[in-house]
Write a protein that binds this ligand. Structure first.
Ligand code: BGC
Length: 811
């Protein structure tokens, strides 16, 4: 069953039934100021950091789901309704929610009134616009009442949900003309306030929640709305809100537009006050006046569209399947931007207070985003590297507002440092900007301890070399990429965290996943060293890479697949000898991408084992058989019920590692088959089972041993977005940025006749046309660049600002 459809022309997903199996959301904002918006208007807004600068309140895991957001109420006679269906839930004559590129548009109509609410955040702006258009399509004159509603969060989202003994006494607001100001804690240490305005005179307002809603009502039935009269309440403590009340007359056929703005303002310390206890409103006025007419708003909306035209114009394809095109051209790239911005902080599964920016996550997110805005990627690499220590280890997370490492979570996740080599080389290949390597980057955010960025990469590489275990394989530390494989933890206390609790002394567990990762990025490191003339360093590093390859062959091969790890006691993890968890995906992915033992047939055997034991209808599960009891020596992985999350779930993030591995063997049909199993646009018809949005990837789909295989969770913020984009564009379609040009090496299903890709790379536009007349999966007979044959599969960097044709003949 479907709940909407893709409108590719407008780059929108159009939801036509508000009762989706789970709230289907979208993100507004591109740089500093963000909102999450569900298909019924639920969600919240924050500035930079969803924990420390939350503007509006949101209650997770609420009953009913997704209650609270930015709501409008229309009272037309006795009928009360909302354009986004919620919160009133009056049956609408028409409902539609269009989630587009950084905007959402609701269209609702009832009894001859058509309402459209367009929400977006203009580029570079710290405010959300809500353009409300109302039209009377009936033949009668209409007198309607419009109420807006938001609930303020008292800034620190965690404190806001817990510290009620204080919070119920701190809330403060001001109201002037049509603007409601939220100024809680402004008089002491905060230099910021928020406001909610409308560009029209109002008949009334409310700022005290209980007065507006009524203590025993829900948001579906606020007293003020039902009585058709706001109370002009001023909040003192309790829960401040902002609600405007407008009386609107519409002749038959007439329409009117109103611009609401939810803004955030920072004021210098000595300019905070206009007069005693009255805040300086000038900055808010300036913001309001920049978008106080529909024309100005429409122009900003056009700018946003142009911004996305440009970003999405850098890579676009034409294939025989619209589902693939819409993933590559629109939704996957869009999701890559969102994950780049949010890391794992704020979604409908991430509360915004738990995790900041992850070291490994943000490095990986970058590979799906770097072609869009390389300058932002560069800045991000700098921020991430600044949280590293001299020995190469690093904080696992940092807060986006302060950019400081999160000491409470700490470090010692031994895969973390290596991802910095991935992000850095991806950035340099995309841009050709080697100067990043010379940039002085602090260690532990201390600029007196800064060294060149290259030294950070070196520290990352040697962190593995300096932390080898008994089999000369990398020590795992707290965990590698799989946060839940806690081999040194041994937790018996339900109150402690598997990730942060003190590990057992010794900590000798080793990871085959890090081994493969080290070989892949070790080779990249060597290549980079050669490229920048550090021959000696390259030679030395190569010795370590070769040693790791040997160690894997000797101690990491189980006969038919790669082992996953050695546990604390030196026992094998992920071996046919184990009763459960005989085979794991991560080491198959990384060791095959590293092509360890390819000549000996290990790569092929390993991928065949993945197909045999891990593949299922909905994707590739993480491990098999899933654990059915708690293994104290394995940790959190064995706490999940079989088939869920890291215990036998389809953890989508790692599926593309296998796809890439398959392309190493030239098995394009298999690689693409895995791709289509988890690509959301291919799952649209399964929406009822799948539950989450059919336009974005999710972290996890329940695996074959789960209670409900195929049911997905944790949509949006997942490394799946960048890895799938990377796998499909760079390995399956096979067009990849390299230091000296664009490498072309597709590995596609044999049935394809070919495909086209437009790729803007270093200001050069390449119109690539791949033809596959012999219906093979991999192999190139000829490449013609502007009609001339080239004898390598790397197309050089051609004249900038121009379009060039690249004809690729497979064979
Ligand atoms: C985390 C990743 C981790 C993955 C697998 C995600 O939730 O953000 O850092 O690699 O889970 O455990």
């Amino acid at each position: 069953m479907e709940y909407g459809y893709f409108d590719d022309e407008n780059r929108e997903y159009v939801i036509t039934n508000p009762k989706t199996p789970y709230p289907w959301i979208n993100y507004l904002g591109n740089e500093d100021f963000f909102s999450l918006t569900s298909n019924t208007g639920g969600g919240y807004t924050f500035y930079k950091d969803a924990k420390f600068r939350r503007l509006t309140r949101y209650r997770y895991n609420n009953i009913p789901a997704d209650n609270g957001g930015k709501y409008f109420y229309i009272k037309d006679g006795d009928t009360i309704w909302s354009p986004g269906w919620k919160p009133v839930k009056t049956e609408l004559d028409h409902y539609e929610c269009r989630h587009g590129m950084s905007y959402t548009k609701f269209k609702g109509s009832k009894n001859g009134i058509e309402a459209e609410v367009l929400q977006f955040i203009p580029l570079g702006f710290w405010g959300e616009i809500q353009k409300v258009s109302l039209k009377n399509s009936s033949s009668d004159k209409k007198k309607i009442k419009l109420f807006s509603f938001i609930e303020w969060c008292l800034w620190n989202a965690e404190d806001d949900m817990t510290n009620f003994q204080r919070n119920f006494s701190t809330g403060e607001v001001e109201v002037k003309d049509s603007v409601i100001y939220h100024k809680t804690e402004f008089k002491e240490r905060r230099n910021h306030y928020a406001f909610y305005s409308v560009n029209s005179p109002i008949t009334g307002y409310d700022t005290d929640r209980e007065t507006f809603v009524g203590l025993y009502n829900g948001l579906d039935a606020p007293d003020a709305v039902f009585e058709g009269q706001s109370r002009n309440s001023i909040a003192h403590g309790w829960s401040p809100i902002a609600s405007h009340y407008l009386e609107i007359e519409l002749k038959p056929g007439e329409d009117k537009e109103f611009i609401f703005m939810l803004g955030y303002v920072e004021v210098e310390k000595d300019k905070k006050w206009e007069s005693k206890s009255i805040i300086n409103k000038q900055p808010a006025h300036d913001m309001i006046s920049s978008y106080d007419t529909a024309d100005k708003v429409n122009r900003a909306f056009e700018d946003l569209r142009a911004y996305w035209d440009n970003l999405l114009g850098k890579i676009s394809i034409e294939s025989a399947d619209p589902r693939l095109d819409r993933m590559v051209n629109i939704w996957n790239q869009y999701q890559c931007m969102v994950t780049f911005n949010m890391s794992r902080s704020a979604s409908f599964f991430e509360s915004g207070i738990g995790r900041g920016m992850g070291f490994r996550d943000s490095n990986q997110d970058l590979i799906g985003f770097v072609h869009q805005i390389p300058e932002r990627a560069r800045e991000r690499i700098y921020d991430i590297a600044s949280t590293q220590f001299e020995d190469g280890s690093c904080y696992h997370q940092y807060q986006p507002l302060t950019k400081k490492g999160n000491a409470a979570v700490g470090g010692n996740f031994n895969d973390d440092p290596l991802w910095l080599i991935l992000s850095t080389t991806a950035y340099i290949k995309e841009t050709g900007d080697f100067s990043l390597l010379d940039e002085m980057v602090p260690f532990d955010n201390d600029s007196s301890r800064a060294k060149s960025h290259f030294e950070h990469l070196k520290a990352s590489f040697y962190h593995v070399v300096h932390n080898l275990g008994p089999h000369k394989l990398p020590l795992i530390g707290r965990a590698d990429w799989n946060d839940c494989l806690n081999l040194n933890c041994f937790s018996e206390d339900p109150n402690e965290s598997f990730q942060t609790t003190e590990n057992q002394k010794g900590g000798t567990a080793e990871s085959l996943m890090i081994a493969g990762l080290f070989v892949v990025y070790g080779k990249e490191y060597v290549k980079l060293c050669i490229r920048i003339g550090k021959e000696d360093e390259a030679k030395e590093a190569q010795v370590h890479v070769d040693a790791m390859i040997e160690a894997v062959k000797q101690h990491g091969w189980d006969g038919d697949w790669y082992l996953r790890a050695y546990d604390y006691f030196g026992n094998k993890v992920g071996s046919s000898e184990n009763e459960e968890g005989k085979i794991f995906i991560e080491s198959q992915g990384w060791c095959t991408m590293a092509e360890i033992g390819k000549e000996e047939g290990m790569v092929e055997k390993s991928l065949n084992a993945v197909k045999k034991y891990l593949d299922c209808d909905y994707g590739i599960v993480l491990n098999y058989p899933a654990f059915t009891k708690y293994y104290i020596e394995y940790g959190e992985i064995s706490t999940y019920p079989a088939g869920y999350k890291e215990n036998g779930g389809i953890f989508c993030h790692n599926n593309p590692w296998i796809m890439i591995g398959e392309t190493m063997l030239g098995r394009g049909d298999q690689a693409y088959d895995y791709y289509t199993k988890i690509a959301p646009s291919f799952l649209e018809e399964l929406s009822e089972l799948h539950k989450v949005e059919p336009y974005v990837y999710c972290q996890m789909i329940a695996g074959k041993e789960a209670h409900r295989p195929g049911e997905a969770k944790n949509s949006w913020l997942s490394g799946t977005a960048s890895w799938n984009f990377y796998a499909i564009t760079q390995y399956i379609l096979g067009i990849r940025a390299e230091y000296d040009g664009l490498a072309i090496n597709p590995c596609i299903p044999a049935s394809w006749d070919g495909f086209k890709m437009k790729r803007v790379f270093r200001d050069v536009t390449y119109n690539i046309n791949v033809k596959n007349p012999e219906h093979i999966s991999k192999g190139i007979k000829q490449i013609l660049v502007n009609g001339q044959p080239v004898n390598s599969n790397i197309v050089p960097i051609l004249e900038k600002g121009k379009e060039h044709s690249v004809e690729v003949l497979m064979g």
